[in-house]
Unconditional design. Sequence first.
Length: 172
Amino acid sequence: MNDRKRINWNRIITKALVVCSILFLPILGIHYRPTPSFDYSAVNALETENGAIKVDFDFLGGFDYEKEEKIPEKVKNLNGKTIKVIGFMLPIDFDSGVVKSFMLLKNQMGCCFGIMPRVNDFVYVEMPEGQSAKYIMDTPLRVTGRLEVVKENLVGGLYSMTADKVEVFTNY
């Protein structure tokens, strides 16, 4: 009986330490995120490829929305347009190796115990009704689809997209 209580206390203490490390390590600066500062005035026109506007996460995430709650006009102008963006998959709705919705992240550090992405550092991607994408982790993907710049989507970000195409990007 006494051994059983000791084992339970060990599990409780271990769980408490894990929770504390998740909650308090960001305070210590381990999850430091530099303030984004993209110069939108230097962008005259964005490059297009096969009718889609090529953007990157430097452009989409180059402003501090969490501080100012303003979206630059050049980013707002992408609303409703077909874009191509490169990032990493974090599946949300998946089963048996296929994905129906996912977050397209700026980098791989936005997963699990990494750096929590800002609201403009990822795109919430949904596949069209009846379609899915292959479950691909730790590999850069190029996603083409219609972008919506919104106040907040299902997962709390500024960007949503219905994907037309999801492909492995080899020229990264």
